[in-house]
Design a binder for this molecule. Structure first.
Ligand code: CDP
Length: 570
């Protein structure tokens, strides 16, 4: 298998089956056989004569060739007793003590299995409103979020991975101002990403500079008004300061809700790319674009035939995952099988552009994004339609927005995930993000440092006859190669890192992928430390205008414990 030592280390640390002493009892190769076999087995449910072994071999080859990988819980749990295979869940939080603590319990079960949970807290009555049964006063959504957060913290230790949550509050909830600032102290509510649920009515008020109503969800009564522009500016200021909250456009999520008869979409999964109905789960998978390149006339181009094949196999794989998945709750089992959402996306997009010689921050880069994703979406839908022919459409198809068109096996087919771990396993740039840094320092044992260099860059510099350790040190120092002397102009133009890409291009790229994605796109818009609040506001407005479903921004250096650092020890 063409996997790096780094990837092997990740797999060994978290993904392999272990005995009671913590020793792995399977090899990396056995892991992929385990997953391929368990997922292929679903074929027999639809066709007793299906050649399950042949399908298992196909799935095994696709994964070990690093052409496609399913989300982490599938790699961890397929073919094992736990058998929970989805990364994304949304749980309802209704306005009663019982419902709130049920949600906490259910989230704990999901976290234990490696899944992440999203919640809308918009149904909880406002802080200070009356509690009928006791005559006391309600403590409000933010105080309950702290309980969810503490529960997540406690489960963290024993689980397969750190539990992640998304917390959403509608902009017209009376506690919205407290929510916007609830993570300004960066030590608070750390197991949550938070996003403000914006409505189109709100965005219009921002444009017009008007007031809008706050509504108590318990009674439906208007409890006050706020100035829309002031609220928008507070969100911007907070995001500028700490990177949070993000924003999501609720009306847009619901315009693409494939089965509105089942209720409204109120939340997404933790990283924002997967809008879901309450009790719905979704399994994701990502195609590695780098292994879908071929050389033609001395240049790298997309191998569309291979990509088409992988897309079809991946949709088949992900539809099988729904079948063999063991869901943590009956409600989730029922909802997930009724819509059969899957989320196929891509990773290694930035690396692909490097091979092709196209800058990420260019019209050509954006055009390439559209070309790739249009294909993934179109072929993905074709395959889902084909599966509907042999396995039946998703059960709620008849009441879906697709009811007058061709049947589909899956209510959604495409999603762009962050691929935090998958991209390490595949050894490529994550999701559709630009490369974060081309050279960085890694601490190795006995206090020595090692410079890690992006292999594609190293090869290009070597080809051009200019590679040297000193050059790499300068790239580490400066965090970018734009101003490093001795690097040919053509290489500089193409090898842009996240911070060389202006925020506007980040948004344009997100919008390009969103255009051909059923669900949403995981993307962070990076700002330099010197960025102003106005620039952040501009990006929010642009994201809204270009049709994005939400935005997350991050200004370099705005949090103490930053995951990735430029120039410093990583
Ligand atoms: O690469 P991998 O499959 O591990 O995950 P990802 O693409 O980085 O994240 C996809 C989704 O997995 C997130 O949006 C979360 O729903 C979930 N996740 C989680 O629950 N806990 C984590 N520590 C990481 C991801």
């Amino acid at each position: 298998m063409p996997i790096s030592e780094n990837a092997r280390a990740v797999l060994e640390k978290r993904y392999l089956i272990r005995d009671e002493h913590g020793q792995p009892t399977e090899t990396v190769d056995q892991l992929f056989h385990r997953v391929a076999g368990a997922i292929a087995a679903a074929d027999a449910r639809f066709d007793p004569k299906a050649d399950v072994d042949a399908t298992a071999r196909t799935f095994y080859d696709m994964m070990t060739g690093l052409d496609f990988l399913p989300n982490s819980p599938t790699l961890m749990n397929a073919g094992r007793p736990l058998g929970q295979l989805s990364a994304c869940f949304v749980l309802p939080v209704a306005d009663s003590m019982e419902d709130i603590f049920d949600a906490i319990k259910n989230a704990a079960l999901i976290h234990k299995s490696g899944g992440g949970t999203g919640f809308s807290f918009s149904r909880l009555r406002a802080k200070g409103s009356t509690v009928n049964s006791t005559g006391g006063v309600a403590s409000g959504p933010i105080s309950f979020m702290k309980v969810f957060n503490a529960a997540t913290e406690a489960v963290k230790q024993g689980g397969t991975r750190r539990g992640a949550n998304m917390g959403i509050l509608r902009v017209d909830h009376p506690d919205i101002m407290e929510f916007i600032g609830c993570k300004n102290d960066t030590h608070e509510i750390n197991n949550f990403n938070i996003s403000v649920g914006l409505t189109e009515a709100f965005m219009r008020s921002v444009e017009q500079g008007g007031e809008y109503d706050l509504v108590d969800p318990a009674t439906g009564t208007v409890t006050g008004t706020l100035n829309a522009r002031r609220v928008f500016e507070t969100v911007v200021a907070s995001a500028w300061q700490t990177g949070e909250p993000g924003i999501i456009f609720l009306d847009r999520l619901n315009r693409d809700n494939p089965v509105p008869s089942m209720g409204e979409i109120e939340s997404t999964n933790p990283c924002g790319e997967q809008p879901l109905l309450p009790y719905e789960a979704c399994n994701l998978g990502s195609i590695n674009l780098v292994t879908h390149l071929k050389k033609s006339g001395g240049r790298y181009v997309l191998d569309k035939k291979k990509l088409g094949d992988t897309i079809r196999k991946a949709v088949h794989f992900l539809d099988n995952v729904i079948e063999v998945n063991k869901y943590p709750l009956d409600e989730i089992d029922k909802m997930t099988r009724a819509t059969r959402k899957i989320g196929l996306g891509v990773m290694g997009f930035a690396d692909m552009l490097l091979y092709m010689g196209i800058p990420y921050n260019s019209e050509a880069g954006v055009a390439q994004a559209k070309e790739v994703m249009e294909l993934v979406n179109a072929v993905g839908h074709q395959e889902s339609e084909k599966l509907a022919g042999t396995r039946g459409a998703f059960p709620l198809f008849g009441e879906s927005i697709y009811q007058n068109g061709r049947p589909l096996r899956n209510a959604t087919v495409t999603t762009i995930a962050p691929t935090g771990t998958l991209s390490i396993i595949a050894g490529v740039s994550s999701g559709v993000e630009p490369v974060f840094a081309y050279a960085y320092i890694r601490n190795v044992m006995d206090n020595t440092h090692l410079i890690e260099t992006n292999q594609i860059l190293k090869d290009r510099l070597t080809e051009a006859g200019v590679y040297s350790e000193e050059l790499m040190e300068q790239i580490v120092e400066q965090g970018s190669l734009q101003h490093v002397e001795g690097i040919p102009e053509e290489i500089r133009r193409v090898f842009v890192c996240a911070h060389d890409v202006s925020p506007i291009w980040h948004v344009k790229m997100q919008a390009a992928f969103q255009e051909y994605t059923d669900n949403a796109v995981s993307k962070t818009v990076n700002f330099p430390n010197s960025a102003t609040r106005e620039e952040v506001a501009e990006v929010y407005t642009l994201a809204y205008k270009l049709g994005c479903k939400g935005t997350t921004i991050y200004r370099d250096g705005s949090r103490d414990e930053q995951v990735l650092n430029i120039g410093k020890v990583a």
